[in-house]
Ligand binder design. Structure first.
Ligand code: DAV
Length: 351
């Protein structure tokens, strides 16, 4: 009998989940406000805005740790193996020869690492503050490597000033001077992947990913879909043939071509859970940022009753949980999880 040693392996967003990394809010802080922050996170804010700084509110961190703990316990009760990043210091300064920054958080492993089959790719992240974020996963990555996982870091970006377009009228924050993307700009559907071209992923980033993955995969660039941060509050792939779409962002013109024939759930209006402080790190659409446990089971924000009803109509059961500060910290259940291992094989869902 062939023994499968490759412990990291996941080809899509829905196959039965076996192992997952769940982030932590510990030490989360607002990073040093440099050009990358002004281009990506605070584009359009006037200079007189009272920008946030320093550590996130203590209560936000504590309540988020409680909510993440509930998520972890629930997953473990389902027999899913859960792993956590190391708690690292984000307030420490670090620098290259061109710039300095301090860090952000380890709340969203989805933003940093991309699992495609038995590859784990460290994304060439777009914000300077997140340059060292994958360090928190080093021990886990070494462990996955020992078991046969193909661990790779994308070319490390320089993140020079000229990659950032801070012009308030510029549709995208990034120029194409080198490949950069956050891992959360990507969704996986077997041999086909969606890659959001936006302020957190440029054209060269798409080129690198397609070239690296080679002819076994088709990476579809999605342009003029959503210009801002990440794809996972705009599209959620639920199972083969069924997709959840953000009606404020997706329309028949910009819908990725490969999804044309899939059944579509247009996300009902979501409850705005609000946010703490001066700046929300995500919109109310973080409510559609869900985690599929298998093709018939999802973890969804318990406040989103209309969405839950809609999913149930499509034979998806829901485990309602809370993530009280999803908007404050910019991450829902998809963002805070990295599905390292799902049962299932590489398939073509579009042939
Ligand atoms: O819809 O505000 C959320 C980003 C989640 N990673 C939004 C983007």
């Amino acid at each position: 009998m062939k023994v499968h040693k490759q412990i990291a392996c996941s080809y899509n967003e829905w196959d039965p989940l076996e192992e997952v990394i769940i982030g932590t809010a510990k030490n989360a802080q607002v990073p040093y406000r440099d050009k990358s922050q002004m281009a990506i996170e605070f584009n359009g804010y006037s200079d007189s805005f009272d920008f946030p700084s320093g550590k996130f509110n203590k209560k936000v961190i504590e309540e988020t740790e409680e909510d993440l703990h509930q998520l972890v316990v629930m997953l473990q009760n389902l027999g899913i193996k859960v792993r956590r990043p190391k708690v690292t210091k984000h307030s420490e300064w670090f620098s290259t020869t061109n710039w300095k920054s301090n860090g952000f958080y380890n709340y969203c492993p989805r933003d940093t690492l991309l699992v495609v089959g038995d590859n784990i790719i460290e994304a060439p992240m777009t914000l300077r503050s997140r340059y060292l974020e994958s360090d928190a996963y080093k021990d886990l990555l070494i462990d996955y490597l020992k078991n046969g996982t193909r661990w790779v870091a994308a070319p490390k970006p320089q993140l020079l000033d000229n990659i950032y377009n801070t012009n308030k009228n510029a549709p995208l924050a990034l120029r194409d001077s080198e490949p950069v993307f956050d891992a959360a700009n990507i969704l996986r559907a077997g041999k086909d992947l969606l890659y959001l071209v936006s302020s957190t992923g440029n054209e060269l980033g798409w080129k690198w990913l397609q070239t690296f993955l080679g002819s076994n995969y088709r990476v579809h660039p999605c342009r003029k879909l959503y210009n801002s941060i990440h794809i996972d509050s705009t599209i959620a792939l639920l199972r083969p043939g069924l997709v959840l779409l953000n009606p404020e962002r997706v329309n028949h013109n910009n819908l990725p071509k490969i999804l044309k024939k899939w059944d579509k759930i247009w996300c009902p209006d979501l409850i705005d859970i609000g946010f703490f402080g001066k700046h929300a790190y995500s919109s109310k659409w973080i409510g559609m940022n869900l985690l599929m446990i298998n093709p018939h089971l999802a973890v969804v924000d318990q406040n989103q009753v209309q969405l839950i009803k809609e999913l149930e109509k499509h034979k998806i059961n829901v485990i309602p949980l809370r993530l009280r500060h999803a908007r404050t910290l910019g991450g829902g259940f998809h963002c805070v999880s990295l599905d390292v291992k799902r049962k299932g094989i590489l398939e073509d869902y579009f042939s």
